[in-house]
Design a protein around this ligand. Structure first.
Ligand SMILES: C[S@@+](CC[C@H](N)C(=O)[O-])C[C@H]1O[C@@H](n2cnc3c(N)ncnc32)[C@H](O)[C@@H]1O
Length: 302
């Protein structure tokens, strides 16, 4: 069942939206690139330029890095492993779809995503959809780092809680007659349930047959294995306390119905990385255990 995790009002939600989570995600990718054992889960040399000065200082200093990862943020580190997994999961599926001729990528809640910079030669038009403030900060940081916005990258300003995604995307040059890949990672849990379903209705409507969709969602607590519950609860408490509460979750058994995807989309994959980390990380054991908060869906438009 789709439910709000707290009794948060829409006004309160508006206060916590923005670029802070995008910055944390960029910092996770940047820290992995700078410090992790090779081969990497995802190689993102651009993330450091988007993570902001505070995270650049942390990632660049052995002491600060130790302090943040071993002391201050120790409890929330499992989310960083999940962030790497979902980025790799999405990259692989977008690249596979592009091999099949898909030439449009719509990144919903793109934050500081760097796909457009990392894969400039694939002939993929990238639409980065986000709140105006997040897109503006990203452009500012790219400019400060001397990184030009490539021609195939289009910024589309949309608030999923208020604005017409379809009009804005079509206005930015999206072709609804051609198949597209929609990715919606790291966002649904911050939105009210109606904004999740309302956005997906528009995505379905904009999707030509053969389009694909990858998204993630937060598990309902009942869907979490008992041994993972202490970590699940402690992560939720941590993100709630630090001003970015996750408010909407879904039951894995009914998520397709609740999201309004059943019928129009064929389910290709439904992943719970915490339960099967080896599938995503191979035999590496150097990363923190995967946060048991999230599941990922990959679907194809019928
Ligand atoms: C955690 S980041 C996710 C970044 C990226 N998609 C990823 O997978 O790492 C969440 C992004 O969602 C955006 N966002 C949050 N609420 C939104 C809303 N109501 N409308 C549009 N974007 C929103 C934020 O601005 C932020 O960039």
């Amino acid at each position: 069942m789709a439910e709000r995790q707290t009794g948060e009002s829409t006004e309160n939600l508006a206060r916590v939206r923005g670029s802070r989570t995008a910055e944390l995600v960029a910092a996770a990718r940047a820290g992995h690139f700078a410090r992790a054992e090779r081969p990497l889960v995802i190689e993102d040399p651009f993330a450091i330029h988007l993570a902001g000065e505070r995270w650049q200082r942390v990632i660049g200093s052995n002491f600060r890095h130790w302090l943040f990862t071993r002391v201050l943020l120790r409890r929330v580190l499992p989310t960083t492993t999940y962030v790497l997994i979902r980025a790799r999961f999405t990259d692989d599926r977008v690249l596979a779809a592009s091999e099949q001729g898909v030439r449009q990528l719509v990144i919903l809640g793109a934050g500081f995503d760097t796909f457009a910079l990392r894969y400039p030669d694939r002939g993929i038009k990238v639409f980065e959809v986000d709140l105006p403030a997040s897109g503006a900060l990203k452009r500012e940081r790219l400019a400060a780092a001397g990184i030009a916005v490539p021609e195939h990258l289009h910024f589309v300003e949309v608030d999923f809680e208020r604005d017409p995604l379809d009009e804005r995307l079509l206005g930015a040059g999206f072709d609804r007659r051609a198949p597209a890949f929609f990715s919606w990672m790291g966002v649904t849990y911050y939105l009210a349930p109606e904004a999740v379903t309302g956005t997906l209705v528009q995505v379905t409507d904009l999707s030509a047959p053969g389009s694909e969709l990858a998204l993630d969602y937060m598990n309902a607590r009942e869907g979490v294995p008992a041994e993972e519950l202490p970590l699940f609860d402690s992560l939720l408490r941590f993100v709630g306390k630090h001003g970015e509460p996750m408010i909407t979750h879904f039951d894995p058994d009914s998520v397709l119905d609740r999201m309004g995807l059943a019928g129009a989309w064929e389910l290709l994959e439904h992943e719970f990385p915490a339960a099967d980390p080896g599938r995503h990380l191979g035999s590496r054991t150097d990363l923190p255990r995967v946060a048991p908060l999230f599941r990922m869906l990959h679907l194809r438009r019928t």
